[in-house]
Ligand binder design. Structure first.
Ligand code: G3P
Length: 249
């Protein structure tokens, strides 16, 4: 039985004070929870959120990182720095990184390997654009992004991974994939992993869905057999909405 994960990706939102207050309020209201809950604030708020989360069941994640431990990479953050801030998870290959910052499949692969080497749990994002979906290319795109991101990993490493299927057309648009469509792609990813890494790894890997997840649609998405949780953007910025999604598990 795979434990579900509800992860909040705050993207470029919230000051340190806002982050601290949000997490304090969330913790007070979150009494009983079956899911693993992960908060991914911007880099500037990681340390503050880590302080509030100390000793709690909620985990901290980052939204990106560089693959090198250190070096002359102006503006970048290394896996060692994320560990230093108390991160357990790191989102890698988000479509906004690919689209606006030119992140390639090869770089995502380097980052995944670096995260694993430092004991961070990667949340590897894959997903097709609207044009690709309309052109019947969803499986081709998602399949090749997944294969490239995971290239060179062992079945044991794959078993511990988190993958997030985030169709680009559903991100921040209010246009959620239907639970059938999301389930179909997640099932496809799991089947692909079974072929490449074996049944045991495919059965263990957690595959989330992301893209306009809200309290109103969370329960039906999370009820699908291959949807092991949600990567939530906009609705993770309001405590009531994020709680509603967590409570849908
Ligand atoms: O990583 C989360 C994401 O991109 C989905 O964003 O705002 O559609 O929930 P949103």
């Amino acid at each position: 039985m795979r434990q579900k994960i509800i992860a909040g990706n705050w993207k470029m939102h919230k000051t340190t004070d806002e982050a601290r207050q949000f997490v304090q309020a969330l913790q007070e209201k979150l009494t009983d929870c079956r899911a693993a809950v992960v908060i991914c604030p911007p880099f500037t708020a990681l340390a503050a959120v880590a302080e509030v989360l100390a000793g709690s069941k909620l985990a901290l994640g980052a939204q990106n990182m560089h693959w090198a431990d250190q070096g002359a990479y102006t503006g970048e953050i290394s896996p060692l720095m994320l560990q230093d801030c108390g991160c357990r998870y790191v989102i890698l290959g988000h479509s906004e990184r690919r689209q606006y910052f030119g992140e390639t499949d090869g770089q995502v692969n380097q980052k995944v390997k670096a995260a694993l080497a430092h004991g961070l749990l990667p949340v590897v994002c894959v997903g097709e654009t609207l044009a690709q979906r309309q052109g019947g290319l969803t499986e081709t795109v998602v399949g090749s992004q997944t294969a490239a991101a995971l290239a060179g990993l062992t079945p044991e490493q794959v078993a511990g991974l988190v993958i997030a299927y985030e169709p680009v057309w559903a991100i921040g648009t209010g246009q959620t994939a239907s639970e059938q469509d999301a389930q179909q792609v997640n099932q496809y990813i799991r089947a692909l992993l079974a072929e490449q890494y074996g049944q045991a790894a495919a059965a263990a890997v957690r595959i989330l869905y992301g893209g306009s997840v809200k309290p109103a649609n969370a329960a039906s998405l999370l009820a699908q057999p291959d949807i092991d949780g949600a990567l939530v953007g906009g609705a993770s910025l309001k405590a009531a909405d994020f709680l509603g999604i967590i409570q849908a598990v």
